[in-house]
Ligand binder design. Sequence first.
Ligand code: HEM
Length: 136
Amino acid sequence: MLWLKAFHIFFVVSWFAGLFYLPRIFVNHAMAEEAAVKERLKLMERKLYKFVTPIGALAVITGLWLWFGYGFSGGWLHAKTTFVAGLVAYHLYCGHLVKVFAEDRNTRSHVWFRFFNEVPVLVLLAVVILVVVKPF
Ligand code: HEM
């Protein structure tokens, strides 16, 4: 089980690297004016999203494997999984935004994306407290 948990944490950390970086690129893209800069950011967004999506899937798969394979239970796990479901929705919405930017259809400001960028930070804090402290 410890090997599985080690890989779970590895995939989680790698997933968050993408969830922290991709919205930051959106902030820069929303401020960009030069066409060459916009094309460069589109390429970065597409590559990063393509790279981090299977990693996110492996974070969830190893988590579910831990849950159902080793009989974990408790309110903390239900609360955690609810937060993770929100995180998956956030991830998929980022995928939608990658398409919106690729078609030069973005209408949101860089300020909006700065707040959007903070969502995974708050989810990470909540999930780590739930899984380590198991408060309920
Ligand atoms: C559906 C998705 C997920 C499920 C079902 C799940 C389930 C679990 C389970 C059962 C454990 C073992 C807990 C223990 O050994 O006490 C675990 C460990 C852990 N999970 Fe997840 N997890 C999921 C996604 C995530 C995500 C997205 C994060 C990060 C935000 C995360 C962070 C952690 C951490 C840090 C540990 C190690 C805790 C420790 O060793 O005390 N997990 N997870």
